[in-house]
Design a protein around this ligand. Sequence first.
Ligand SMILES: NC(=O)c1ccc[n+]([C@@H]2O[C@H](COP(=O)([O-])OP(=O)(O)OC[C@H]3O[C@@H](n4cnc5c(N)ncnc54)[C@H](OP(=O)(O)O)[C@@H]3O)[C@@H](O)[C@H]2O)c1
Length: 298
Amino acid sequence: MRILITGGSGFVGRLLCQRLHRDGHRLLVVSRTPDKARQHLPAGSDIRARVLDFSDESPEAIVNLAGEPIAGKRWGKAQKTRLVESRLTMTSELVTLCQRMPTPPGVVISGSAMGYYGDQGQNEVDEQTPPNDEFAHRLCAQWEAAAREAEHSGMRVALIRTGLVLDADGGALQKMLPPFKLGLGGRIGDGRQFMPWIHREDLVRIIEFLLERESLDGPFNASAPQPVTNAEFSRALAQHLNRPAMLPMPAPVLKLALGEMSRLLLTGADMRPRRLEGAGFTFNYPTLDEALTVILGR
Ligand SMILES: NC(=O)c1ccc[n+]([C@@H]2O[C@H](COP(=O)([O-])OP(=O)(O)OC[C@H]3O[C@@H](n4cnc5c(N)ncnc54)[C@H](OP(=O)(O)O)[C@@H]3O)[C@@H](O)[C@H]2O)c1
């Protein structure tokens, strides 16, 4: 298949592109800096700076992952606008591209996040759970709505509400490892907030699964079936590194340091992948212990 990918140079996109290339797909990748992206992408990838630069191609499927990093900078007003606009602009350009094509692609798999649900306390959360209205929810809801515009062109749209993506060479774990390796890690706040997580390989497998299964559309919780609380996550990570996890990060300190963005670490949702499991998807890494064993090699 010819597959158009935004965010192909990113932490998730890089592994996705490797797997799709290995399986014989042709990759059309949107990157703001094609020369830089080329270093991370399989040979032969067609990389262009804007979605509409691909008007002369006819992708058969789209995977939409691009967006300003959510935890990159404090959520001031300008940064919040960047977080939203980077995703909405990219997604609406994809919809425009599809509208211009005589035969639009069959499917769009578009990003979203656990933040869709906002703070859910100790509630178990599936795709039907009503969201808590806060910035993360509004960001994901707008991103999802923009992608769903493609449905008007007759396309199948699947939305991946993604948990914290874990692997060795990037993402949240790369930021957490240095303090934990020094024995300076610990729970955040009271540690009871849920941290839905997923091994990067399983997320890529989910995207491939959704590309293939023509009956599947709408939102899918893309996180392992056994989520953990922040305290459990901290304990497991410290154990795998043979270090103590004795230094909790008090919530007020984090709020002072990160402002509203501290909600990413202090709140969460006990998110379950109900629809994926119902559709027959099986996780290679259902438990955090299995994921950390392979990621940390111990
Ligand atoms: N990683 C996680 O734990 C996680 C969890 C939940 C949801 N997600 C979502 O899943 C998607 C993929 O995650 P990821 O970790 O692979 O993200 P990532 O590594 O930050 O990569 C996203 C890509 O988006 C592009 N990008 C960055 N800033 C942009 C901007 N201002 N405007 C347009 N494009 C921009 C970049 O591509 P170029 O520089 O090549 O243009 C980048 O490679 C993201 O949208 C993320 O929000 C990730």
